[in-house]
Design a binder for this molecule. Structure first.
Ligand code: HEC
Ligand code: HEC
Length: 137
């Protein structure tokens, strides 16, 4: 019985190639179409935050800024060592804590991949309309 169910699921997963979502129907193995030219939204000031503890949006473009095991381009401006010289905002102290709340001398590894939380903004037609309203409004 159990084996049958597993087999059924596996074969139906192979059959289903279209996924219907709010964006429309998509063939699963089709890549998304990237816009030809991205107009990044650049600001000298911060983006407004929409809720407490929101990771701030990035007010500059991030193309070509590599983050891998050997280098992290973001740190060349935002680290404690470089932020003054680069006239960039410094990462807040939360970036130095481990999960069990130990303060490390260096940035915590769990914050290394900045783009997991911080994202740049571009002028694009939204794929789906949003009716998000800030709690304060
Ligand atoms: C060449 C220096 C430089 C590099 C490299 C850089 N930044 Fe920035 N960043 C800045 C400056 C300067 C600002 C302040 C706003 C401005 O002038 O654009 C800023 C602003 C920000 C902010 C907004 C902070 C706030 O309080 O609102 C975030 C988040 C951020 N950067 C993340 C990143 C991430 C993630 C990367 C790597 C993908 C990165 N930055 C790479 C210079 C840099
Ligand atoms: C796990 C999510 C997460 C990751 C990964 C992360 N951040 Fe943040 N970051 C946040 C949050 C949340 C805030 C806002 C609250 C705070 O300061 O802790 C923030 C705030 C900031 C600020 C603004 C500080 C201020 O005082 O206003 C900067 C600059 C920044 N991060 C840079 C970075 C850089 C550079 C990296 C990568 C080296 C990074 N962050 C990785 C979540 C993250």
């Amino acid at each position: 019985m159990v084996v049958d169910t597993v087999t059924d699921v596996a074969s139906s997963a192979a059959d289903v190639v279209d996924v219907a979502s709010l964006r429309g129907t998509h063939v699963l193995d089709d890549l998304s179409i990237a816009p030809d030219k991205i107009k990044w939204i650049k600001k000298n000031v911060e983006f407004e935050r929409n809720y407490d503890d929101q990771p701030p949006l990035i007010p500059h473009k991030t193309d070509g800024m590599t983050i891998n095991l050997k280098k992290n381009k973001c740190l060349s401006c935002h680290s404690d060592e470089n932020y003054k010289e680069e006239d960039s905002p410094k990462m807040s102290s939360t970036h130095f804590f481990t999960r069990d709340e130990t303060r490390l001398p260096e940035m915590s590894p769990r914050r290394y991949f900045c783009l997991q939380c911080h994202v740049p903004q571009a002028k694009l037609d939204p794929l789906v309309d949003s009716n998000f309203v800030n709690l304060d409004e």
